[in-house]
Write a protein that binds this ligand. Structure first.
Ligand SMILES: *[C@@H]1O[C@H](CO)[C@@H](O)[C@H](O)[C@H]1NC(C)=O
Ligand SMILES: *[C@@H]1O[C@H](CO)[C@@H](O)[C@H](O)[C@H]1NC(C)=O
Ligand SMILES: *[C@@H]1O[C@H](CO)[C@@H](O)[C@H](O)[C@H]1NC(C)=O
Ligand SMILES: *[C@@H]1O[C@H](CO)[C@@H](O)[C@H](O)[C@H]1NC(C)=O
Ligand SMILES: *[C@@H]1O[C@H](CO)[C@@H](O)[C@H](O)[C@H]1NC(C)=O
Ligand SMILES: *[C@@H]1O[C@H](CO)[C@@H](O)[C@H](O)[C@H]1NC(C)=O
Ligand SMILES: *[C@@H]1O[C@H](CO)[C@@H](O)[C@H](O)[C@H]1NC(C)=O
Ligand SMILES: *[C@@H]1O[C@H](CO)[C@@H](O)[C@H](O)[C@H]1NC(C)=O
Ligand SMILES: *[C@@H]1O[C@H](CO)[C@@H](O)[C@H](O)[C@H]1NC(C)=O
Ligand SMILES: *[C@@H]1O[C@H](CO)[C@@H](O)[C@H](O)[C@H]1NC(C)=O
Ligand SMILES: *[C@@H]1O[C@H](CO)[C@@H](O)[C@H](O)[C@H]1NC(C)=O
Ligand SMILES: *[C@H]1O[C@H](CO)[C@@H](O)[C@H](O)[C@H]1NC(C)=O
Length: 731
């Protein structure tokens, strides 16, 4: 299925190095010292060879984790990074989010959650390295793959191709970011933490679609990047022909099995995305990848001389506001080692921490020794690194049976589908199939917002043809009309029946994502597509009056697409509208006089902000009538303590939520999975958004929901057990 293919098992980055490189014994001694140091040294020249990255003259075996700064708050960054460090990470990897930073050409925003410099400096303050994936196309389940929507209106533009307008803006932004990092002294070559930068992103997936403009774009992008002279290497992920000196890296779930290797003997083997889970879409179930499966594949990649592994995601966080891409839910990679709230997810976090510690014990032979592999049985292999010590990885590929093998005159029991790590070739310190910790996440309801008097509501305006601002005699494309200033676009017309229409049925075809229909201000229902099939049909009976009829159709997008070639040519919104009378098409409105309006009245007036509340007339809520397109507001006090806060919206339908004027994202509880569950009912409210008391909660509900059962919850984890000591596998 296409979803699963595209879903990003992102980041276990491994750098595998060839051993033919000659090393002096003195250099080797230096490396040993470096490998055993707890916190990596910062700064210095970053180079590489076929064996590893070399930072300030020292070979490195590095574990990295993706944490995206805009998917949490600056208040959360220090603890997320600290938990990554405690979990054995050496590197924090992030994308750079072009459409956040350059909302209009030449206008930049680096404030608040967009404060990239502050994020990198926090990484530096904690003694870790950074990998900066500039892109600036990033995919990332991020709105429009990170591209600013204004690019769409640049004449003649073709994104991600050998196209002058695109290259101009791409180079302009890439230069801006590199110069910003340089001016703050953040490259390792300047004593800063950034050891790697990425240009483009998984371009090989789309390269062929651009014919001869594909390869020439790759050449241009590599040269453009290298010419910026960062003093640290550039990488291109999933790009087997990455031009020298750019390093090609692997993204995926099983790079130990699938990576064809570096495209030159003097480039190291790196895994820039190993997906710790998959992102989730509305209507989709969560994807659970076990700690044991991740550990197996990381250990295998290292056994095959991988020396850089990045977890995608280590902490996913939250797609605040309208930042997620088409149909992607608001919670991002909640199944990562640190969950959406930044809490430890066990056994994943601890198991990977133990894995990192075990592999670091092998650093010297891994970086200095010679690798051999041999068979220990039908489905069992040994990978042994010898020279400057001895380290072994014993693999059992039998998924059903424990295997007893002989290795160096000792007997070892290997659990089914597991890798045992033996840092001295004698004593097992880690087995990938055996995790030692578990915990449970607990949601505690602190308050249900069930005070009927506390709620006010405002019903948004249903736009009729005569009230609209833009007219066209055809159906317009949704994104090109909204310019992504809003998810919402009104398509309206009016018409008079020529003869009485019997059993009128409204028939709409749309290329995405949702439509709500109103005839003479009466709700006639909704229809929607899904992540895999965005086109859909609406067909509902309606009531017509004998005189003039107003038909108002609200087309809604749930994030822009983030992937594929020719993103600038994508189409969304209504494609055909008809009214059938007595079962036959009687009126075809596809080419008709349409009136358009971008956005909702409440959005235009920003009534989710305290200072704008009195711009509309709120009324006491009437909970016996669940009307569509209704804004709800109430105040609530913050729960006591410091535990993360979340809203349980299980009784709501679809819409967006703001707390004290800040959007915590889209919700869509009424879109159920094939098992009949909402994909997401809990919506994170960062502590930094909250005051002690009287926090303003505003919801815009499209369909109709029951706000009286919304609860304000806190989230915590309870350790269930610390079972089985590490040396359980000692023989
Ligand atoms: C980027 O483009 C802006 C105009 O949009 C210009 O002012 C600026 O100098 C350019 N920067 C670079 C590095 O080319
Ligand atoms: C050793 O590794 C090589 C290269 O990956 C592989 O072709 C070979 O099958 C391996 N041998 C054993 C016994 O696993
Ligand atoms: C386990 O055994 C079953 C039945 O013999 C076999 O079909 C399956 O492939 C095995 N699973 C693994 C992971 O080896
Ligand atoms: C294993 O035992 C044999 C015979 O006792 C001995 O010759 C060999 O050196 C031993 N190998 C190791 C790695 O200890
Ligand atoms: C987008 O809208 C503009 C007017 O805003 C129009 O000139 C242009 O042709 C439209 N482009 C597409 C691809 O529909
Ligand atoms: C009704 O009939 C008139 C005259 O034939 C035609 O111009 C008009 O478009 C028709 N109305 C609709 C909604 O089709
Ligand atoms: C159609 O919309 C216009 C403009 O809002 C309004 O004046 C008129 O009463 C509406 N007609 C019906 C039948 O609702
Ligand atoms: C309605 O008009 C559109 C555009 O002209 C056309 O593509 C569609 O086939 C028509 N529908 C019917 C039922 O004729
Ligand atoms: C409908 O309008 C489109 C765009 O203006 C045009 O290409 C098409 O031929 C029209 N269809 C009919 C049936 O008039
Ligand atoms: C509340 O809604 C119901 C159902 O639409 C309606 O009958 C009732 O009059 C409304 N009450 C108030 C106070 O508006
Ligand atoms: C959310 O609230 C509903 C009841 O309104 C409850 O059934 C459900 O268990 C709650 N979800 C969580 C995760 O607490
Ligand atoms: C990342 O690791 C998982 C778990 O081992 C594996 O299934 C997946 O294929 C890896 N991804 C890639 C791209 O290699």
């Amino acid at each position: 299925m296409r979803v699963r293919e595209r879903e990003r098992e992102r980041e276990l980055e491994v750098v595998e190095m060839e051993w033919w490189v000659v090393w002096w014994w003195t250099a080797a001694v230096m490396v040993v010292a470096a490998a055993s140091r707890a916190a990596p040294a910062r700064g210095g020249e970053v180079t590489y060879d076929g064996r590893s990255l070399i930072i300030d003259g020292q070979r490195k075996l590095l574990f990295s984790g993706s944490i995206h700064y805009p998917r949490s708050t600056p208040e959360m960054w220090p603890s997320l990074i600290a938990k990554g460090k405690e979990g054995g990470l050496d590197v924090i990897q992030t994308y750079v989010f072009w459409n956040l930073h350059e909302p209009q050409p030449g206008q930049y925003d680096f404030s608040g959650r967009n404060d990239l410099v502050k994020f990198i400096k926090e990484i530096q303050a904690q003694g870790l390295y950074a990998c900066l994936r500039i892109g600036p196309y990033i995919e990332g389940e991020w709105n429009y793959g990170g591209l600013p929507f204004w690019l769409h209106d640049v004449p003649g533009i073709v994104y991600r191709s050998d196209n002058e307008p695109f290259k101009f803006y791409m180079q302009n932004f890439t230069t801006k970011i590199v110069n910003l990092m340089k001016s703050e002294g953040l490259y390792a070559s300047q004593g800063g933490p950034i050891i790697l930068s990425q240009i483009e992103n998984e371009y090989q997936n789309v390269e062929a679609a651009f014919h001869e403009k594909g390869p020439s774009y790759v050449q241009w992008a590599a040269k453009m990047a290298v010419d910026l002279q960062t003093g640290v290497p550039w990488i291109m992920c999933k790009q087997t022909d990455a031009p020298d000196p750019v390093i090609n890296t692997c993204n995926g779930m099983r790079c130990g099995e699938t990576f064809g290797g570096p495209n030159s003997p003097n480039k190291p083997s790196m895994w820039t995305e190993n997906w710790t889970s998959f992102y989730q879409v509305f209507g989709g179930e969560p994807y659970i990848r076990s700690a044991e499966d991740i550990a197996f594949h990381v250990a295998l990649f290292v056994a095959k001389k991988g020396i850089y592994i990045n977890y995608y995601m280590y902490h996913g966080g939250t797609n605040f506001g309208r930042t997620s891409s088409a149909y992607v839910i608001t919670g991002y990679y909640d199944q990562a080692p640190l969950d959406e709230y930044g809490l430890y997810r066990e056994p994943k976090w601890s198991h990977l921490k133990e894995l990192h510690a075990a592999i670091k014990l092998c650093s010297t032979p891994l970086l200095q020794g010679e690798q051999k592999n041999f068979s220990l049985g039908n489905l069992q292999q040994a990978y042994v690194f010898q020279g400057s010590g001895c380290a072994a990885f014993l693999v059992n590929n039998d998924g059903n049976n424990t295997a007893t093998v002989q290795f160096q005159n000792r007997s070892f029991e290997l659990l089914p589908k597991s890798i045992s790590i033996i840092p001295d070739c004698e004593t097992v310190t880690f087995n990938s199939a055996k995790s030692t910790r578990s915990n449970e996440r607990i949601t505690t309801s602190t308050k249900t917002l069930d005070s009927v008097d506390g709620w006010d509501e405002y019903r948004d305006v249903i736009l009729n043809f005569l009230d609209t601002s833009l007219e066209s005699n055809t159906l317009l494309e949704h994104m090109n009309t909204t310019k992504d200033k809003s998810d919402y676009l009104w398509y309206t017309f009016r018409f008079q029946q020529n003869s009485s229409c019997i059993k009128p049925v409204l028939h709409i075809e749309s290329s995405g994502h949702v439509v709500h229909a109103f005839t003479n201000n009466i709700y006639a229902g909704a229809a929607h597509g899904n992540h895999d099939v965005k086109t859909f049909t609406f067909e509902n009976p309606i009531q017509l009056s004998d005189g003039m009829n107003n038909i108002s159709l609200l087309s809604v997008m749930v994030g822009l697409l983030d992937s594929g070639a020719y993103l600038e040519r994508r189409f969304a919104g209504l494609t055909m509208v008809e009214i059938q009378c007595n079962g036959i098409v009687s009126y075809n409105f596809t080419n008709y006089t349409w009136g358009y309006q971008v956005g909702l009245m409440g959005e235009k007036l920003q009534i989710y902000m305290e200072q704008n509340l009195d711009k509309v007339k709120w009324s006491k809520a009437n909970f016996s009538a669940q009307e569509p397109l209704t804004w709800h507001k109430i105040e609530f006090d913050a729960p006591l303590g410091n535990d993360p806060v979340t809203l349980n919206l299980s009784t709501m339908g679809k819409g967006e939520v703001w707390v004290n004027g800040q959007s915590i994202g889209r919700y869509w509880v009424s879109f159920h999975t094939s098992k009949g569950n909402p994909s997401q009912t809990l919506y994170h409210v960062p502590r930094a958004f909250l005051k002690t008391s009287r926090n303003l909660l505003v919801l815009f509900e499209e369909i109709g929901g029951d706000p009286l059962h919304i609860s304000v919850d806190t989230v915590s984890v309870t350790n269930l057990q610390d079972h089985i000591p590490h040396n359980h596998f000692l023989q």
